[in-house]
Design a protein around this ligand. Structure first.
Ligand SMILES: Cc1ncc(COP(=O)(O)O)c(C=O)c1O
Length: 335
C-alpha cells in the first residue's frame, strides 16, 4: 500500500483529535466501553469531519493553481461551512450552491441560522438552487461563470466525498490505531459515503479486526451501502491496497434516520440529551445525533459485550443545533 504521507496534504485540522473515554455514557448504557473520537474538534471552520477530507482536496486544488472553489450542499450543510472556513484561511474564493428545498422545514432559524450563517461569515458566495436541479450541472455552471471572468475554479462534489477526500478518513483510522488498543468497532454517521469509504479502507489497512459501522443518516441504507462499496474500492485502488474482502467490511445500519434525511426523531432527541447531560458533548440532529442514536440502539439490542471497546466518531455538526432550535427546545421542556 502507498504510504499516506507521500500524498499531498495541507495541515488544516488540529490533529490528532483526542480519543476520550465516555465514562458516564458507558455507565448509563451498561454495555461496552464507549470512547469518543473527537473529530468535532478538528478546528478549522468550526470543526467536524469535513476538515480531514479538505486537507487532501484543497491540497489538490492549490496544486492545480486554483484561486476559487465551488461546491454544493443543503442550507444547513456542515460541509459548506467547513469548506468556506478553510478556503477563507487559504485565500480561495468560495462559491456554494445551496439546495434550499431538500426538506420541508421552513423556519427562519433553518433558513438563516446555524451553518448557513457561519458559511456567510466565512465570506462564501451563496448560489441558491433546488433539489430537482442536476447537481453537477449547477456547480459546473458556476465554475464556467468564474472561468469567463478569468478565474481558475476547482470543483468539489457534494459532501466533499471524492476519492481524494476519503483519504482523510483512512488517515483518521491510522490515528485511532496509534491512540488505543484495537477497538471492537468504530461507529459514525454515514451519508455521502466519503467518511465511511475512508474508514473502511483505513480499517482494512490498520485495524483489520475492527468492525466499521456506518449509521445511515439519509434514510437510504441500500444507496449508502452501494456508494460506500464503490468509493471504498476506488480509495483502495488509489492507495494500491491489496485486499480481497473490502465489500465484506462495509456495514451500514439503517433504521435510525427516521422517515427522511434531517427528520427529528425521538431517538435523536434522546441521544442529544444523553450526550449533553452525561458527557457535556454537543451532537446535532442530522448527523452525529443520528449516529449516536444508532450506537445507543445497537448497545441496547446487545450487539456488543461489556468487554468490548467501541469508538464513536463524533463527526461534529453542532451549528445545526441552532437551525433546529425550537424542535430541540420543545423536547428540553421548561427550565
Ligand atoms: C456532522 C457530519 N457527520 C457526518 C457526516 C457524514 O459524512 P459523509 O457525508 O462523508 O458520509 C456529515 C456529512 O455531511 C456531517 O456533516
Amino acid at each position: 500500500m502507498l504510504d499516506l504521507d507521500t500524498i499531498d496534504r495541507l495541515e488544516l485540522a488540529v490533529l490528532p483529535t483526542p480519543v476520550q473515554f465516555g465514562r458516564r455514557i458507558t455507565e448509563d448504557l451498561d454495555g461496552p466501553r464507549i470512547f469518543v473520537k473527537r473529530d468535532d474538534l478538528t478546528g478549522a471552520g468550526g470543526g467536524g469531519n469535513k476538515v480531514r477530507k479538505l486537507e487532501y482536496v484543497l491540497a489538490e486544488a492549490v496544486a492545480s493553481g486554483a484561486d476559487s472553489v465551488v461546491s454544493i450542499g443543503v442550507t444547513q450543510s456542515n460541509a459548506m461551512r467547513q469548506l468556506a472556513g478553510t478556503a477563507a484561511g487559504l485565500g480561495l474564493e468560495c462559491h456554494c450552491a445551496v439546495i434550499t428545498d431538500r426538506f420541508g422545514i421552513d423556519t427562519p432559524d433553518y433558513r438563516e441560522g446555524g451553518n448557513i450563517f457561519l458559511t456567510r461569515i466565512f465570506g462564501a458566495r451563496v448560489h441558491p438552487c433546488s433539489e430537482s436541479d442536476d447537481q453537477r450541472a449547477v456547480i459546473e455552471d458556476i465554475a464556467a461563470g468564474l472561468r469567463s471572468e478569468g478565474k481558475q475554479p476547482f470543483v468539489i462534489p457534494y459532501g466533499i466525498s471524492s476519492v481524494t477526500g476519503a483519504l482523510g478518513y483512512v488517515r483518521a483510522v491510522r490515528e485511532i490505531a496509534d491512540q488505543m488498543e484495537p477497538p471492537a468497532a468504530i461507529i459514525h454517521a454515514s451519508g455521502s459515503a466519503g467518511t465511511q469509504a475512508g474508514t473502511v479502507v483505513g480499517g482494512a489497512a490498520y485495524l483489520p479486526d475492527t468492525r466499521i459501522i456506518g449509521i445511515d443518516v439519509d434514510a437510504a441504507p441500500e444507496r449508502v451501502t452501494d456508494d460506500v462499496g464503490r468509493l471504498s474500492g476506488q480509495v483502495a485502488a488509489r492507495l494500491r491496497l491489496e485486499t480481497s474482502d473490502l465489500a465484506g467490511r462495509v456495514e451500514v445500519v439503517g433504521g435510525y434516520a427516521g422517515p427522511s434525511y434531517g427528520a427529528v426523531t425521538p431517538e435523536v432527541l434522546e441521544a442529544i440529551s444523553l450526550f449533553g447531560r452525561l458527557e457535556g458533548l454537543l451532537l446535532d440532529p442530522v448527523y452525529s445525533g443520528k449516529a449516536a442514536a444508532g450506537l445507543i440502539g445497537l448497545v441496547r439490542k446487545g450487539r456488543f459485550s461489556r468487554d468490548d471497546k467501541v469508538v464513536f466518531v463524533h463527526t461534529g455538526g453542532w451549528p445545526g443545533l441552532f437551525a433546529y432550535r425550537s424542535e430541540i427546545a420543545a423536547d428540553l421542556g421548561p427550565g
